[in-house]
Design a protein around this ligand. Structure first.
Ligand code: ATP
Length: 266
């Protein structure tokens, strides 16, 4: 069994407009990733380097994955997604091979993005010889250092635990930019609901401003779950239900989970 079976080239269909809020994150990513591709001559003229790696960090469910996909879609980049824990394989040498293979695929598909979700898994495995933890980190560093010569491959890494990422990975020329992707504020929560409601049947008595207000502290993922739950409530009431009303949201709100804790917020 090979770890590589799980790594596919994707063509995401996620647009900036699918993401509520996060305007700063969107703008910074556009600058750092799209400019080098669209204006390579200016970079050369000014003598500045294009970024190779960016770390997206912040609480779970707040659109890190969504953002990486939108960047790929909007900038016309091929997209390879890998989850840190997937890299580890009990067979000797297999996980380093996995890292090499990912970068090789990305190079062949360039311009491309490698999205490393849960990159902290690589750091957490350090010193764990049984899973080849140190060797995986070393191959990761080697591949990052080789990006310059391969051109047009960008590493986007994501984590909820930026404090445990190896400083070696964050050195200049590697994953040297950090972007905080935080929980949605009031305005962003309105946008998230608007985005969701586009594909839902919502009754006239549902007031977005109220819902946005009552979901303070929720992640985007939790807001999506709320909409889902409200829909099920409507069906509970009437299995042939045609729309979701305010009372259904009220029930869903009462059972809403809020998993973001203060220490996750910058
Ligand atoms: P994790 O750290 O758990 O991997 P994440 O930060 O990568 O989470 P995503 O996977 O991007 O979060 O978001 C999960 C889901 O939550 C999305 O598929 C989407 O349905 C919803 N969501 C989160 N944030 C937003 C947002 N800003 N706008 C619209 N939908 C959102």
């Amino acid at each position: 069994a090979s770890a590589m079976r799980e790594i596919f080239l994707e063509t995401p269909k996620v647009y900036w407009s699918d993401i509520g809020g996060q305007e700063d994150v969107k703008r910074k990513l556009r600058e750092t990733v799209e400019w080098p591709l669209s204006h390579p001559d200016t970079f050369k003229r000014l003598g500045i380097a294009a970024p190779r790696g960016i770390l997206l960090y912040g609480p779970p469910g707040c659109s890190k994955t969504l953002t990486a996909k939108a960047l790929a879609t909007e900038a016309g980049l091929n997209f390879l997604a890998v989850k840190g824990p997937e890299i580890f394989n009990k067979y000797v040498g297999e996980s380093e091979r996995a890292i090499r293979e990912i970068f090789r695929k990305a190079r062949n598909a360039s311009p491309s993005i490698i999205f490393f979700d849960e990159i902290d898994a690589i750091s957490a495995a350090r010193g764990h010889a049984e899973v080849g933890g140190d060797r995986v980190l070393t191959s990761m560093l080697t591949e990052m250092d080789g990006i310059e010569s391969m051109g047009n491959v960008i590493v986007l890494a994501a984590t909820n635990r930026p404090e445990i990422i190896d400083t070696a990975l964050l050195r200049p020329g590697r994953i040297d930019r950090m972007l905080y992707v935080g929980p949605p504020d009031l305005e962003a929560r309105k946008k998230i609901l608007e985005v969701r409601f586009k594909n839902m049947s919502i009754a006239d008595d549902v007031v977005i401003d109220n819902l946005a207000d009552k979901t303070d502290g929720c992640s985007g993922a939790e807001m999506t779950a709320l909409c889902q739950e409200a829909g099920l409530q409507a069906m509970n009431e009437d299995i042939e239900s045609v729309s979701i009303a305010a009372r259904h949201f009220e029930v869903a709100l009462a059972g809403l989970n809020r998993s973001i804790t203060p220490e996750m917020i910058k």
